[in-house]
Design a protein around this ligand. Structure first.
Ligand code: ATP
Ligand code: MG
Length: 473
């Protein structure tokens, strides 16, 4: 039986194509007459079309060619249209699916929509509405595909850039630039969300090494398989090792391996890692020794030195990793980076959500500047993403920010005032003291913030205090 009624006969195409790219359609129906009539209709519309009598053949076609739209019957013997829909989304997530339903089966059509179908058309089919629906689905798919590649490019560009102009961050980046071309191991320290991974990628990007950047989150991989994951294994090395498998070190050959959360390594893996760093070689589980031309960058938000003192981290490994150490400064100690980061993330998430880039009124920016950012840049990034998603107008509203931020109180320590005519020595002295208070006595960090060396801090305080160096220790 032919389900297609040419009731709205018209020689003109109901909708001209907007994208100008030939649409490719796959028609699935167990009724051969339907497939033939639909093929004719779509060909007449200038589309590329193939037919399939069942879900299995349809999936076979989908694996072979690019398909923009699958038009499928819902009730077919064997695999149903909904099952086919799921499989299509698995194999080719961008392909849109339009389902055809018999009169009175709207419930199933609704389920199909819930599972990701683009549209449904009721039988008996009308030429005009079916062409319209398939064309719209195809154009959506083409736009999505185009968008995706643009977005990916943008992501690669933006997500690798380290934003910020604070002296503290600049100093870190200077060390990175100096260290990058060598093969020295770099240890990146810092609180969660400060950008340690970004810094590690930056080391690789500036290294001139042509191999891959391979990141391993040591805390996310179960201890029992971490060794095999890092160094690989031979076939039959242990139960379940049915084939030889390359490890991450081998994959990073000529490139950089990033060992994240290094503080979580078990004692056994610490020994193996020490060997790679000392001898430049490793052994796959059950295999022969291999040379490792791999640059190692490690990161942790733990106090690694304290872990050594507590006996949980090997001291020799610590020194091997600690050849060049950089500390990603917490965001609260470099508030001058906040506006730049806000702009950067506003742009990023506006693109992602297809929204205009929001303007930031000064009261909102002040809130963002006042907040202490315990979760650092990641917290800021999440707050901005949330605000962009929630925003309705073209400005960022206080109400779009999480409460913790919109209710933030300005901290009193952050500003110093001096009467005109205060001697420079005294200004310097108080500034250094307040900064030290702010960093809880961390002189290295205070020096970073002030853009001077740690030695200068000692000297300045010594000068003003008349040589009383002991006081600041
Ligand atoms: N200076 C920066 N410029 C732009 N984006 C940044 C910057 N610092 C951090 N980010 C972004 O913030 C998020 C967190 O950064 P990252 O994952 O590098 O932090 P981390 O220190 O490794 O955190 P954790 O210790 O929790 O693993 C990422 O999305 C990263 O792109
Ligand atoms: Mg990280």
């Amino acid at each position: 039986m032919d389900d297609i009624i040419e009731s709205e006969s018209s020689d003109e195409s109901p909708l001209a194509s907007n994208t100008g790219i030939e649409l490719s359609v796959l028609v699935v129906d167990d009724e051969p007459n339907n497939v033939t009539s639909l093929e004719k209709i779509f060909k007449k519309e200038g589309m590329r079309v193939v037919g399939a009598p069942n879900a299995r053949d349809a999936l076979e076609q989908l694996r072979k060619r690019r398909v923009d739209v699958v038009l499928t019957d819902l009730m077919m013997p064997g695999t149903s249209g909904v099952e086919l829909l799921r499989a299509v989304k698995e194999i080719s997530p961008d392909t849109e699916v339009v389902v055809m339903t018999a009169f009175g089966t709207v419930e199933v059509a609704v389920q199909a929509m819930r599972e990701g179908a683009y549209d449904f058309v009721e039988k008996p089919l009308k030429r005009l509405s079916i062409v319209k629906s398939v064309r719209k689905a195809g154009e959506r798919r083409q736009l999505l595909a185009e968008n995706r590649s643009l977005r990916q490019e943008l992501r690669l560009l933006t997500e690798r850039t380290i934003i910020g102009h604070s002296p503290a961050l600049r100093r870190v980046l200077e060390v990175v630039s100096q260290a990058a071309p060598s093969t020295a191991t770099v240890l990146v320290l810092g609180e969660s969300g400060t950008g340690k991974e970004l810094i590690a990628r930056n080391v690789h990007a500036k290294s001139g090494r042509t191999g891959q950047f391979v990141a391993v989150n040591c805390a996310a991989i179960p201890e029992s398989i971490l060794e095999a994951e890092l160094f690989g294994h031979e076939r039959g090395a242990f139960t379940g090792a049915v084939a030889r498998r390359e490890g991450r070190f081998a994959r990073a050959a000529g490139g950089t391996i990033f060992l994240d959360e290094i503080g979580e390594l078990s004692a056994a893996v610490q020994v193996k890692l020490l060997r790679v760093l000392q001898e430049g070689e490793f052994e796959p589980v059950g295999g022969r020794t291999q040379r490792a031309d791999v640059r190692v960058v490690a990161a942790t938000n733990r106090e690694l030195k304290a872990e050594v003192l507590a006996g949980r981290f090997r001291e020799d490994l610590y020194y091997r990793l600690n050849v060049i150490a950089v500390t990603a400064p917490p965001l609260r100690t470099r508030r001058e980076d906040v506006p730049l980061l806000v702009d950067h993330f506003l742009e990023k998430f506006s693109h992602k959500n297809n929204k205009p880039v929001l303007a930031v009124p000064s009261d909102v920016m002040n809130k963002l500047l006042d907040y202490s950012w315990p979760g650092n840049v990641r917290e800021l990034e999440n707050a901005i993403e949330r605000a962009v998603v929630l925003s309705r107008g073209d400005t960022l509203q206080l109400g779009d920010l999480p409460e913790a931020i919109s209710q933030a109180q300005a901290s009193a320590v952050d500003a110093l005032t001096f009467p005109i005519g205060t001697p420079l020595d005294e200004v310097e002295h108080r500034l250094i003291r307040e900064t030290l208070r702010h960093t809880s006595g961390d002189k290295a960090l205070a020096a970073q913030l002030l853009g001077i060396s740690t030695r200068t801090i000692y000297r300045k305080l010594g000068d003003v205090d008349g040589g009383g160096r002991g006081e600041v220790d």
